[in-house]
Design a protein around this ligand. Sequence first.
Ligand SMILES: [Zn+2]
Length: 468
Amino acid sequence: MNDRAGSSRGRDARRSPPVTRRPLTRALPLAALLLAGFVFGCSGSVVRSQLPDPAQMLDEGSWYAREAWPHDGHPIESEHFAVYSDGAGMEARARLASLAEDVYAEVVDEMGVDPAAMFRFPPDQEKIDLYANRYNVLEGGGARGYYAGAIIWSFDNESGQGNMSVPAVRVALKHELVHVVEALLKGRYVGDIAVDDPRRMPVWFSEGTAEAMSGGSALGAPRTLDQMNALVSRYGRINPISWRVDLPPSDAVLDAYAGYYYPMAQLAIEYLLDPSGLGRSPKDLAAVMLDIGNDVPFEVAFEAHTGIAEADYEEQFFGLMDGYLPQSEPPLEAIAVGLAVLLGAALMAGTVVVSYRRWPAAIPRSEAGGSGWSRLSRIGFRAEIAASAVGAAGFTGLLVVQIAFSDLAPYAPRLRGYLLAALYLIVSGTTLTWAIRRWAAEERVAYLIPLLVVVATITAIVAVGVMF
Ligand SMILES: [Zn+2]
C-alpha cells in the first residue's frame, strides 16, 4: 500500500483487495485456450484498439495524488461525476458514469448523508473524479478511492486486470465510493494527519465500512465460527481492530489482505450494524466520519456513535464473535449439490435409455429389413453415445460442484452458473437423443451428431470463463 503509515505520500487512498485468480477458471483453461486460439486464428476482425496519441494526452488530474497518469482530454460529466480516462470508449465511460450515479445514490441514502450540507470538496473540484483506466495498471490490481475521486478499470479495459462484469464493477465502485464519501465527510486526506494523531481513522474502520457497505469486494466476512477459525488457523489470530495502519506491501500481505484482513474488518463492522450485534446503522458510521472532520478524536467519535470503546472492542473481539457467529451451518449446500448432480446424471441416463427404446438402434438392420449395419458399427455407435452421455453428465457435475465450492466473491453470479449447467445438460441430452433417432432412420450422419456435445462443452467453458 503506498498510503501506509509514515510514507511520505501518506494519502488516504484506500484500495480494494487484488482480484485473485479464481479456481473455477483454472479448472477449465486448456479447452478455453484452444477455442480462443481458434477464434483469434479465424477472425481477421479482432483488432486491439490503438493506444491514444501521447501528444494529445493532458498531464493533470486530481488522481495525481496517487498515480501520475495523463488523461486523453475528453472527460464526460454526469450529475455528480467527471469521468476521465486514458482512452476508454465514450460508451464505456457513459456506462461507468451511469453505474456510479446509481451507486452514489445508494451510498448517500444508506449512510444518511446530506451532501450539500456535509461534503467538503477540495477548493478546485465540484464533482467526484473517476479515472477509468483502459491501459494503465494499478500496482497490486484492484481499484482506489481518494479524496473526491476514484481510479477504477473501465468497462473496455485491456490490461487484463479487473473483472468487467457489472456485478464486479458495481461492488468495487461501491467500496471505493464509500471511501470517497468518508474523505468528503472528513474534508481531507487521512495522510495529512500523523499516524499517532488521535484524529486519524484506523484502517480497519475504513476498510471494514467499505466492505460491509458494498457486500464485500474480497471474499466476504466469515459467517460461522468454523469459517472464522479456519481463517485464524491459516493467517494467525490477528485481531482486526489492531489493524490501524496499512501494512508494508508484499505478496504475502496482499494475500493476507484479501483472505483475512478485509473479510475480518468486514465482520467487525457487520457486528456493529447487525441487530443481533450492536444494532447500529451506517448513519452512525457516517457520524463518526463527520466528527473526525470536526477534529474529534476517532476514539471519542467511535464510542459516542457505537456505544463501545475501541479499546474494549479490540480486547473483547474474539469473545464477542464466539457469542455472535453460529458454530457451523448444516451442510445443506453440499446435500443440494449432491442431489442436483445425481439428478442430472439420472436425467442423462434416462434420456439415452428411453430414446434407445423408442428408436431401437438395437435391432439389426438386416432383420428389420433395412440395408443393414454391421454388429461392430452398432457397438461403436452405442459406445460413442455412452461416452458422450457420461462425459456430458460428468462435466455438468464438475461445473455445479466448482460453482458451489470455489472461493468465489460474494457477488459472483452463481445462479446464472447453475442455469448454464442445466441448459448444457438439456442441450447435450437433446443432441444425443437426436443422434439415436437419426440412427433409427439409418443415416450415417448419426455418428457425427455426438460431436455437437463437444461443441456444447466448449461453448459452456467459454461462457463460464466470461461469467466468472
Ligand atoms: Zn478500500
